[in-house]
Design a protein around this ligand. Structure first.
Ligand code: ADP
Ligand code: MG
Length: 261
């Protein structure tokens, strides 16, 4: 498997396998998944519906234990703790009975990390990402895109080392989705956080990620690993989509996936 030699991996998955067991029987979800994630890298994972993408994220988040294989951690500072994981889902899960501000500090509150430094960080993000004026509103008063930004700020407030995003934009209409994925992509690139995004949208994967993994249909295996290098004039999503290499990456992903459903 190809590896990025410029940055050391912080996370290595080796031969990961997983099955769900229920009264109806066994569902093999993942088979022999191996890959590395370098610090600061933005990975996108695409694959047919039901192939095992969310299962893979749950394993990385340590919500479930793999049945086979190993996960190796190499923190840049040499420490051996599992990287702190932030998880963002399709639904924003903001609580309507709390203000936007009380929602974004919820993680800090639950983890007893409401320090001045962390609250300052939240305020900086609220200002930078256009939500500061809305901090006393209720979530229902925000647009879909603003809600997703608020959910992201809540996740980033805990300073995760790895951010997992499970189809975070798929509940949004197309126009909003373009806007929000661009905004969120920029926030992630600026904060240089390591990110793993699961998406159905090939254009989104190409325009946001440094590398795309294509999964086969269930049980998911890694079918292809495609490093993305776009010649672009700016960091914007539109510049990515206008890059001369975009169409050939799209075709390559499309072809790999169309043999799969
Ligand atoms: P994806 O996110 O790629 O759509 P998932 O990882 O959610 O796929 O699911 C992979 C397979 O495992 C699917 O066939 C799904 O039905 C099955 N599955 C997911 N969660 C469970 C569960 N808790 N119990 C049994 N089967 C499950
Ligand atoms: Mg899923």
């Amino acid at each position: 498997m190809e590896t990025d030699t410029s940055k050391p991996p912080i996370l290595t998955l080796q031969n990961i396998g997983y099955s769900y067991h229920s009264l109806q029987g066994e569902t093999l979800a993942l088979s022999d998944i191996s890959f590395q994630v370098a610090e600061g890298e933005f990975i996108a994972i695409v694959g047919p519906s039901g192939c095992g993408k969310s299962t893979l994220l749950s394993i990385i988040a340590r919500l479930i234990e793999p049945e086979n294989g190993t996960i190796i951690i190499q923190n840049p500072d040499g420490s051996i703790h599992y990287p702190h994981i932030g998880y963002m889902l399709q639904k924003d899960y903001l609580f309507e009975w709390r203000s936007v501000y009380d929602n974004v500090i919820l993680g800090l509150e639950l983890n007893k990390k409401k320090t001045k430094e962390n609250l300052d960080y939240v305020n900086t993000m609220l200002k930078e990402y256009g939500l500061y004026e809305f901090k006393n509103k209720k979530p229902s008063e925000l647009s879909g895109g603003m809600k997703q930004r608020a959910a992201l700020i809540r996740t980033l407030a805990l300073k995760p080392q790895i951010l997992l995003l499970d189809e975070p934009f798929s509940a949004l209409d197309y126009q909003t989705r373009l806007q929000v994925s661009g905004d969120i992509g920029e926030i992630i690139h600026q904060s240089k956080i390591t990110a793993i995004l699961v998406t159905h949208d090939l254009s989104e994967a190409i325009s946001l990620a440094d590398k795309v993994f294509i999964l086969s249909s269930r049980p998911a295996t890694i079918k292809k690993e495609l490093p993305i290098l776009l010649t672009k004039k700016s960091d914007s999503l539109i510049a990515s989509r206008n890059a001369p290499e975009f169409a050939s990456y799209f075709n390559e992903l499309w072809e790999a996936l169309s043999n799969e459903k």
